[in-house]
Design a protein around this ligand. Structure first.
Ligand SMILES: *[C@@H]1O[C@H](CO)[C@@H](O)[C@H](O)[C@H]1NC(C)=O
Ligand SMILES: *[C@@H]1O[C@H](CO)[C@@H](O)[C@H](O)[C@H]1NC(C)=O
Ligand SMILES: *[C@@H]1O[C@H](CO)[C@@H](O)[C@H](O)[C@H]1NC(C)=O
Ligand SMILES: *[C@@H]1O[C@H](CO)[C@@H](O)[C@H](O)[C@H]1NC(C)=O
Ligand SMILES: *[C@@H]1O[C@H](CO)[C@@H](O)[C@H](O)[C@H]1NC(C)=O
Ligand SMILES: *[C@@H]1O[C@H](CO)[C@@H](O)[C@H](O)[C@H]1NC(C)=O
Length: 558
């Protein structure tokens, strides 16, 4: 009773102070609109403190291995809100959140201040689609859905991004995995009657892969001009404008390339730091009629300090006790620019043509992604298989994701030496051929290849040990082809797509049999967050350093 009374009081208080609900944002064709029909432009800032970045030759992208969920820190949100308001932003972009934490205070405060959120669903390390050994699998789908569910009650989520800079210039074979994620997340949101947009944030680079990728993400794989596999909103991390440039000099080329784009587009990051302090005069261009037919605003990078080899991207600093915000010249300049930028209110909502969903781009030497997407990860089928495997991975530590990658390599080498193959757990985004287990949790994939090896050695107990990581399952069938037979019966329709459902229980005990990953055996092959060095590479002429020499997992066929 008491709680009810309090809640009522709160509602009354809101009514008295006249807090207005934040407008819903609707997409009409390639543009966004508020309830009153006004065109909506994202005037955003990236809002996430940088996690721990371990610099190493394996971590070319300077990717963090941990994260701090900025929407689960009520005091910090309250501290920062006045500064966000001073900047004049209407959106923040957040790269990683923890679905098991409470986000009510921050989300409500931002909503009341008219600030939307663009939320990336990936997490550092094994929480994102791996560039080198990609899969779209139950563990990631569950993580994405848990985040969506945790944020479904808020009225100020504008978009969920299914990836950030996953696809790079000569790694375009990973694109089908990203698109499968978009397809399944879109279906899930639709099943929940959610109108939150599905997005992707792309690295900038040469048009010969950037442009086909953009078209690929928003095309219709079925060829029937429907939107079921297409993203709703494309983000470009664009650092082309440095210093006091001009539209012609910095943005005309890219804007021209996107002139005929079919869905919403915006800059998911901008703010080159090669000339400091930053003037942020690009906002004048972004919100001008030169760019408004193509772009719906952008997200300045970054509110919090964010360091890369290039330098410092932050516009405020926070005192060590976390209590005080100090703004920089960059902050003042962005504030000046944002407060004078207003995007043109055209076209009107009713005259914005509905999107067409063209056929997907054909492949060539600079864009190799197959239009055949990986299937929807099928948890029930994978769990059915697991119960029939005679040698199973039994993690000795809760921190097993790195070990899984190493053990998959080891087990696949052993299986290969015995004349077997790891094709069932792999996949190839270039040929569009995906192994039957490609959508299973990495720990189940590992158990499968452990079982294959165990069977290939005539169920020699020693060969299920894997230095103490494997355990024999006495209740599983033990014939030489038992694993293969179980895969055939459990995963009877390996290429199926369907509307995914929420994991059986949050926290996942009954779910994936302990979700895990570790498709990478070293940190830094993921794309969970703030990819500063990657942006740098995009900036300096798309000369991305080779990431591929260190690819260690043998089970990606690409
Ligand atoms: C989320 O927060 C919980 C509670 O603090 C913690 O146990 C868990 O490790 C966090 N998850 C991630 C992915 O950081
Ligand atoms: C491949 O096709 C894309 C268009 O889909 C084009 O932009 C790119 O230049 C082409 N690459 C080559 C090497 O012709
Ligand atoms: C990542 O690995 C950890 C164990 O190291 C596991 O608890 C977590 O569920 C994994 N996350 C995903 C998405 O696989
Ligand atoms: C997890 O394991 C890796 C490699 O074994 C190690 O580098 C890392 O510090 C561990 N993390 C935790 C939280 O124990
Ligand atoms: C499990 O496998 C990892 C990786 O190969 C190895 O370091 C570890 O010693 C093995 N045994 C146990 C009990 O973790
Ligand atoms: C990717 O680019 C690097 C550097 O240009 C090159 O050495 C490497 O062979 C390329 N990899 C592929 C798969 O094309």
């Amino acid at each position: 009773m008491r709680a009810t009374f309090k809640a009522t009081t709160l509602i009354a208080a809101f009514a008295l102070t006249g807090t207005q609900a934040i407008s819903k944002i609707s997409r009409a064709g390639r543009y966004l609109y508020q309830d009153d029909g006004t065109r909506f432009y994202i005037k955003g800032v990236a809002y996430q403190e940088q996690g721990v970045v371990v610099q190493s030759s394996d971590n070319d992208f300077g990717e963090p291995s941990s994260f701090i969920d900025p929407l689960a820190l009520p005091d910090a949100c309250a501290r920062d809100l006045p500064y966000l308001q001073e900047l004049g932003v209407n959106a923040i972009r957040v790269y990683s959140v923890n679905s098991s934490l409470n986000h009510d205070a921050c989300m409500t405060a931002f909503s009341n201040a008219g600030i939307y959120t663009i939320i990336d669903l990936a997490l550092p390390l094994n929480g994102s689609i791996d560039r080198i050994t990609p899969s779209w699998s139950t563990n990631l789908l569950d993580q994405y859905i848990e985040t969506i569910d945790a944020f479904s009650k808020y009225d100020n989520v504008l978009a969920f991004n299914v990836g950030n800079e996953v696809v790079i210039n000569n790694g375009t074979a990973v694109a089908p995995y990203v698109k499968a994620a978009a397809r399944d997340i879109k279906a899930y949101l639709k099943s929940k009657s959610s109108s939150v947009l599905v997005g992707y944030a792309a690295i900038n680079g040469a048009g010969n892969f950037r442009d086909p990728l953009a078209n690929y993400l928003s095309c219709d794989n079925s060829g029937a001009n429907v939107d079921s596999t297409a993203i709703d909103i494309y983000g470009l991390n664009d650092y082309e404008w440095c210093g006091d440039s001009t539209f012609q000099q910095s943005y005309a080329g890219t804007t021209g390339d996107f002139a005929g784009y079919n869905v919403v587009a915006y800059f998911s990051e901008f703010g080159c730091i090669s000339v400091t302090p930053r003037l942020w005069t690009e906002t004048g261009a972004i919100f001008s009629t030169d760019m408004s037919p193509v772009w719906s605003g952008g997200v300045a990078f970054s509110y919090f300090p964010a360091a890369s080899v290039q330098g410092q991207f932050g516009i405020v600093t926070i005192s060590t006790d976390g209590k005080t915000v100090t703004t920089s010249q960059d902050f003042d300049n962005l504030k000046t620019q944002y407060n004078q930028a207003t995007g043109p209110n055209t076209p009107s909502q009713s005259s914005s043509p509905p999107s067409a969903y063209p056929a997907c781009p054909t492949t060539n030497s600079t864009f190799v992604a197959s239009t055949t997407l990986p299937p929807t990860p099928n948890e029930a089928a994978c769990n059915c298989l697991l119960s029939s495997l005679s040698c199973r991975f039994t993690p000795q530590t809760s921190n097993y994701s790195v070990i899984v990658g190493e053990l998959v390599d080891t087990a696949c080498n052993f299986v290969g030496q015995k004349g077997g193959s790891c094709d069932d757990i792999g996949g190839n985004g270039q040929t569009g051929v995906y192994g039957r287990l490609s959508g299973c949790d990495p720990t189940i994939k590992l158990s499968y290849v452990m079982t294959e090896y165990y069977q290939l050695t005539n169920n020699n107990a020693q060969s299920c040990s894997f230095a103490g990581n494997g355990t024999i399952n006495p209740s599983a069938p033990s014939s030489a082809s038992a694993a293969n037979a179980a895969a055939s019966s459990c995963i009877s329709n390996p290429s199926a797509t369907f509307v995914p459902s929420a994991p059986a229980s949050t926290g996942g005990s009954s779910n994936t049999g302990g979700s895990g990953s570790g498709s990478s055996s070293a940190p830094g092959k993921n794309n969970g967050a703030l990819n500063l060095i990657g942006d740098n590479n995009a900036l300096v002429g798309m000369t991305m350093v080779a990431l591929f020499s260190i690819a260690s997992a043998v089970w990606t066929l690409a």
